[in-house]
Design a protein around this ligand. Structure first.
Ligand code: ADP
Ligand code: MG
Length: 718
């Protein structure tokens, strides 16, 4: 990472936030293990089972927010600069990471009046637009999605059950195919979009808490801005804001609370563990391969982690001792993430911006509307010329029209005027007694048709106009009031607040730096007046260093323990998978004929786009698929295809051959049993055994020949 300090690189910003003790925790009398130093930006965590000499562990972040922090503090100090950058055309990401119940959703969405990062950013974005200069045009759109067990769900789509796919475009990067997004023109609209998504999230889950703690929710805002550059050309900048409420970071037990099979359980936090792996790979400096492709989440956030984006991580913590382990692991995770370096840049004039599309469509619609206006005028001109039988000066009219042509005219008025004029002319013709009745009729019909045409044209124009208006309203022009509080006072207040936040941040940075320098320069500064003093000071220093050494040693121990635990987990997972693989091989070797296996193997191919092995279809898709014989359709009323002959045979009798279903007789046989006499008294020598056998068969025959009706009832299902 040493070479990464070039300009243009910036570190991931990490802040920690600790929620207050919940009422339940207070009632149960849990100890507090977290200590926050807001001024210094430090969090100390004390092990509740610590030995007497063990010191709390301390982590330093860009900022920390304690239980008394307000939503606005976090927003103004930390988030505002990022959203500001998004409005300038940077990509921005805010990740909320932490154990379930520590305030991720509270931070991102907020509760009621305590608006979180997402709703605050709406306010911010639209206020910014309404205050920007008039030659800027903005387009704001929003999407909302959820990743649950490695499946992407569009929270704004009509069909919620549809799973979306990740695609990769060599130019624009990873995107989600068919993800719906809504163009919004004010805070209310985008809030509505957010609420829709939140509702869909709640509806889609049987157990809201469990699902929300295991799924990642991503709210996506895209802001496109076009502005005239100094070169006289219009330039478009696109900023994307990802607002991510991650799944709970707590360790998932192997079986899951409801005993899912290991395969499902392993998917639960796949995205989150992949996130951890990506971060580790990014910060260790030696990895050449960053495993972005291991999960949907990391692929989506590829730009945000080590790429073209400004990123903030909010690590949320619980203060009580029962969450010590999780809090510590959250702090470690966040501490590691601090070292990620991003390379944000303004996205200027990318391909395929929606704003450009909108602009072009609006121009097209406008041209069409204008053309319609002109057509109407031309008609008027020609109709006047036609009417000018008695030598009325047509040229004069034409000149007048030309003057009008450039002007934008109120279409509705114009058309109304036209219609009235035509009606008038119609009436005039009616009253004109000098015309022959036949001619009169013809002229009248002509006028009638013209009125009809005019009406049709008016309808089409209205349709165009509404479309034009709808599109234009979405395109936000800088400086127009979309947010009510645009007055100067408000603006000043905000500026002051921002200044204060900035000052606080600088102060903290300075303090952190001073602390570092203090330790370094201590020995340089000191000159000792006496040996006694020197001893004293050096003893103090030794103590300090010793404590530090102990802390580092403890840290190493912890890290080692953690390492062993992770390693054991991985080994276990590997063993499990090896076992499964062996079983599958065993099945293949023993139960699948080699030629079948080869057939299957030959059909396999790797789909790079979806990162999956897939089967080639058995029948080549395309034009020649109708060569394949279609399955015969079943005769009306029957379940299977059936021949005419069989149908007749079925109607004739009960020959079982033609029964297509209920072939077995399942009713009880209630006829008396056949009884054979056993004549023991006869002298067996007299009896020819063959005759005896024949006689038995005869009995049997008579048994079989009894009328069918007594034994068999016709199946009624036919
Ligand atoms: P998560 O989304 O991380 O599972 P939640 O956001 O649902 O956690 O928060 C759990 C509870 O803690 C909620 O009842 C919330 O009101 C409360 N809470 C979280 N953070 C704060 C905070 N900073 N101030 C006040 N209450 C908080
Ligand atoms: Mg939550």
């Amino acid at each position: 990472l040493a070479g990464k300090s070039r300009s243009g690189c910036e570190a991931l910003k990490v802040v920690a936030r600790c929620r207050p003790m919940s009422r339940k925790e207070e009632a149960a009398g849990w100890e507090r293990v977290l200590q926050l130093d807001v001024k210094l930006g430090q969090v100390s965590i004390r092990n509740p089972r610590a030995g007497p000499g063990e010191l709390p562990k301390t982590f330093t972040f860009d900022a920390v927010y304690d239980a008394s922090s307000r939503q606005a503090d976090l927003y103004d100090e930390t988030v505002r600069p990022l959203v500001e950058a998004v409005l300038q055309g940077f990509n921005g990401t805010i990740l909320a990471y932490g154990q379930t119940g520590t305030g991720k959703t509270y931070t991102m969405q907020g509760e009621g009046e305590k608006r979180g990062v997402i709703p605050s950013s709406f306010e911010h974005i639209f206020t910014h637009i309404s205050r920007s200069s008039h030659d800027q045009q903005y387009l704001v759109r929003a999407s909302y999605l959820e990743i649950y067990q490695e499946e992407i769900r569009d929270l704004l789509a009509k069909d919620q059950s549809k799973k979306l796919e990740l695609k990769e475009n060599p130019e624009t990067g990873v995107y989600i195919k068919d993800l719906s997004s809504f163009v919004t023109k004010n805070v209310k609209e985008i809030e509505h979009v957010m609420n829709l998504g939140s509702q869909a999230r709640a509806v889609g889950s049987t157990n809201m808490n469990e699902r929300s703690s295991r799924s990642h929710a991503i709210f996506l805002i895209t802001v496109e801005c076009s502005e005239m550059g100094p070169d006289g050309q219009e330039h478009i900048r696109v900023g994307k804001l990802n607002l991510v409420d991650l799944a709970g970071s707590e360790r998932q037990s192997k079986t899951g609370p409801h005993g899912e099979r290991p395969k499902e359980a392993s998917k639960i936090n796949l995205s989150l563990s992949a996130l951890g792996n990506v971060i580790s790979a990014l910060v260790d400096g030696k990895s050449t391969h960053i495993p972005y492709r291991d999960s949907k989440l990391t692929r989506l956030l590829q730009d945000s982690l080590g790429g073209n984006a400004k990123t903030i991580m909010v690590a949320t913590l619980g203060p009580a001792s029962h969450s010590y382990e999780e809090s510590l692991s959250t702090l470690r995770f966040a501490n590691r993430a601090k070292n990620i370096k991003n390379k944000p840049r303004v996205n200027e004039d990318p391909k395929d911006t929606l704003l450009r599309e909108f602009q072009e469509e609006i121009v097209r619609l406008k041209a069409q509307l204008e053309k319609r206006g002109m057509l109407g005028k031309k008609r008027r001109r020609s109709s006047r010329r036609k009417k000018g039988v008695d030598g009325e000066s047509a040229t004069e009219n034409e000149g007048e029209d030309d003057n009008e042509e450039g002007l934008e005219k109120n279409m509705e008025n114009y058309l109304k005027e036209q219609k009235e004029r035509l009606e008038e002319e119609k009436a005039a013709i009616q009253d004109d007694h000098s015309l022959v009745s036949e001619e009169k009729q013809k002229l009248l019909q002509e006028k009638e048709k013209m009125i009809e045409d005019l009406r049709k044209e008016q309808e089409a124009t209205e349709l165009l106009a509404t479309k034009y208006k709808a599109m234009e309203s979405k395109l936000l022009i800088g400086g127009r009031t979309i947010v009510d509080h645009t007055n100067e006072q408000q603006k000043m207040l905000e500026l002051k607040r921002q200044e204060i936040a900035e000052q606080k941040r600088r102060e903290r940075e300075m303090q952190q730096e001073m602390l570092l320098r203090d330790e370094e320069t201590m020995e340089l500064r000191e000159t000792y007046t006496s040996l006694q003093q020197e001893v004293e000071i050096k003893t103090k220093k030794l103590k300090k260093l010793y404590a530090k050494l102990q802390a580092v040693k403890a840290e190493i121990r912890d890290q080692h323990d953690e390492y062993i635990r992770v390693r054991q987990d991985l080994e276990e997972a590997q063993n499990e998978q090896t076992r499964e693989l062996k079983l599958k091989y065993l099945i293949i070797e023993n139960f699948i004929p080699p030629e079948e296996k080869n057939k299957i193997m030959n059909r396999l191919y790797f789909d790079g786009e979806e990162d999956q092995w897939k089967f080639q279809p058995l029948v080549p898709t395309g034009g020649n698929c109708n060569q394949m014989k279609r399955r015969p359709t079943s005769a009306v009323g029957y379940k299977r295809p059936i021949s005419q002959y069989a149908r007749v045979a079925m109607a004739m009798g009960s020959h079982p051959r033609y029964r297509a279903e209920n072939i077995m007789f399942l009713e009880l046989d209630v006829s008396p049993p056949a009884i054979f006499e056993f004549e023991r008294s006869r002298d067996p020598a007299e009896q020819d055994p063959r005759a005896l056998h024949m006689e038995r068969l005869m009995h049997l025959d008579s048994f079989l020949e009894r009328p069918a009706t007594s034994r068999v009832r016709k199946s009624r299902s036919w």
